[in-house]
Design a protein around this ligand. Structure first.
Ligand code: MTE
Ligand code: MO
Length: 315
């Protein structure tokens, strides 16, 4: 048995189509129809809410932000389709309220959090991070959230907790494309980190971007962002976080262990078997003209997590 070849992560050399331009054309051609359809289909709960940012983070980069329209219309969210422009379209009516995030496993205080509880658990910070996809494109995003460690400390990991497993929402009724046959990966989408990685202050539990709650296509209502790793480590629309004793299975590693490892730290010196990782395409550029940095530019903060490890072996 083998899972079909991944439809998207293999296409890095293909110049992505300017999806936002197509969208503009569509909007210009049928503004009235678009507005009417939106009004009919979109329940008020889906409107983005402005979030109160308590602090700007010292972890922020001062590199220019990627335009919000670009970052939110060029997505990987296979539950809503494997093309970059599909999630923005297909996730429009994704129901994210009510929401429950269960935190369980090797913890003294397992607990289910409502979205409201998540939003109030710690002061919301704005953190401008570089985001590098394993496919070779990158963006700079002002995320809103707080360190995942704030949540983990609340549930009190036991001495047996060595890894953290993450699980994304999965519902074929809302996500008819979320099947292995169509998407090329197994569902629910699962990811994992070593406990010390998960406790690192840079690991962000995100509830928003660009000053507002997360759009559905970016992983509403709550997702993980791990800026020194390839983007696929940041599972979207989280429903479960489980503290465990051994390394948990992860979706892209299950799909192709040879190409996608558990660690997946951004590393310009370790190429993907099918393409170089030395450079990246900083959207909206069409070209790979931007040098990729070790640990995506966060080496000063995170290199110590991997001292003594062979990063070629532990890709
Ligand atoms: N549940 C889920 N999470 C996911 C994915 C996915 O397909 N499903 N794609 C990953 C990949 S490959 C990347 S690059 C980022 C993309 O996040 P963005 O669309 O907000 O830029 O989400 C990650 N998290
Ligand atoms: Mo990715």
């Amino acid at each position: 048995m083998s899972i079909p070849k991944p439809a998207g992560l293999g296409q890095a050399d293909v110049t992505p189509r300017p999806v936002y331009l197509n969208r503009r054309k569509f909007l210009a051609a049928a503004p009235a129809a678009f507005a009417a359809t939106r009004a009919l289909l979109a329940p008020p709960a889906l409107a983005a809410t402005r979030l109160n940012i308590a602090a700007k983070s010292p972890f922020s980069t001062n590199e220019p932000l990627t335009a919000a329209d670009v970052a939110t219309h060029y997505n990987n969210f296979y539950e809503f389709g494997t093309s970059k422009n599909e999630p923005a379209r297909n996730a429009q009516n994704f129901r994210t309220n009510p929401w429950t995030l269960s935190v369980e496993g090797e913890v003294a205080k397992p607990r289910k959090f409502s979205l409201d509880e998540i939003l109030k658990l710690a002061p919301l910070e704005e953190r401008i991070y570089r985001h590098r996809c394993v496919e070779g494109w990158s963006i700079v995003v002002p995320w809103i959230g707080y360190s995942l460690s704030a949540l983990l400390n609340l549930v009190q990991p036991t001495a047996k907790a060595k890894y953290v497993a993450f699980e994304s929402y999965w519902d074929l009724k809302q996500m008819p494309l979320a099947r292995p046959e169509t998407a090329g990966i197994a569902f629910p989408y699962v990811e994992g980190l070593r406990l010390d990685e998960a406790m690192h202050p840079l690991a962000l539990l995100s509830v928003g971007m660009y000053g507002e709650s997360l759009p559905p296509q970016d992983g509403a209502p709550v997702r993980l962002v791990v800026p020194w790793k390839y983007g696929f480590k940041g599972a979207k629309s989280l429903v479960k976080i489980r503290l465990v004793g051994s390394q948990p299975p992860t979706t892209w590693n299950l799909a192709n262990a040879h190409e996608y490892g558990f660690y997946s730290n951004v590393n310009p010196q370790v190429d993907h078997p099918r393409w170089s990782q030395a450079k990246e395409q900083r959207l909206p550029s069409f070209f790979k003209n931007h040098a990729t940095q070790m640990f995506n530019g966060y080496a000063d903060q995170v290199a110590g997590l991997y001292s003594g490890m062979d990063l070629r072996k532990n890709y």
